[in-house]
Design a protein around this ligand. Sequence first.
Ligand code: HEC
Ligand code: HEC
Length: 211
Amino acid sequence: MQLGSIGRPWLFASVVMGLSFSLAAHATGDAALGKKKFYTCYGCHGIDNYRNAYPDYPVPRLRHQHAAYIVSALQEYKAGDRPHPTMHAQASSLSTQDMEDIAAYLQGPAPIEPSSKMVGQMPPQVATCAACHGANGLGVAAPLTPKPPILAGQHEQYLIQALDQYRSGRRKMPVMMGMANSLKSEADVRLVAHWFASQPSPLATATPDSQ
Ligand code: HEC
Ligand code: HEC
């Protein structure tokens, strides 16, 4: 996406409107079944600070992440739109109903609500992201589809890894490829990742006893 040639406010307004107009009905999952189906996933996602090897970064926190986002992320791994071989294999073994059930379990009955609480002074580089992720990474009230993930409280190194993959086109999600490429430098990538990772958040490791 060529951000330089287009007026930014116009671009963001049209992207956000495009997303909200495509609001789709969302099937619901069974959280109790989802907990059982998550059994094999605890081995990585249920251990605090469990790390991916080569490259080395922590496995993302999934407890309380939005259900709709979990389903779309799993579908992207399954389709190969995200380049992680283990997660491709994991997601390929799941039906859409399995994904919905797991997502209902992970999110829990009370989805994370947007709030205005912040720790520190928001860097200007974050302004662009706030339209969809909220200034503090806890999301926005608008019902956007696809659902943007909660970034607050996510592992900093995982956020850097994800942004680098959108920037290089290895994660093939057009909206985020454009947004990640609007960050001017690797220093800006680290800065926004640090900002979101250090905001207060209910996002947590999905240990077997987490609620
Ligand atoms: C061998 C370790 C491992 C196992 C087992 C595993 N995952 Fe993952 N998972 C990862 C890693 C590493 C990532 C980050 C991949 C990347 O960089 O895109 C990830 C990413 C994810 C994401 C994306 C989160 C986000 O914020 O975008 C979801 C959702 C997910 N896993 C769900 C599952 C589910 C459901 C299972 C079980 C069916 C599972 N994982 C099993 C290691 C694992
Ligand atoms: C127009 C809405 C929108 C804007 C603006 C936006 N994002 Fe996103 N973001 C999304 C959506 C939707 C996803 C899910 C993409 C996918 O499925 O891979 C996402 C995913 C992400 C992820 C992956 C998180 C994970 O758990 O894997 C990161 C990191 C991220 N965004 C950071 C940013 C940053 C930093 C900015 C500002 C430079 C930004 N986003 C601007 C909508 C947006």
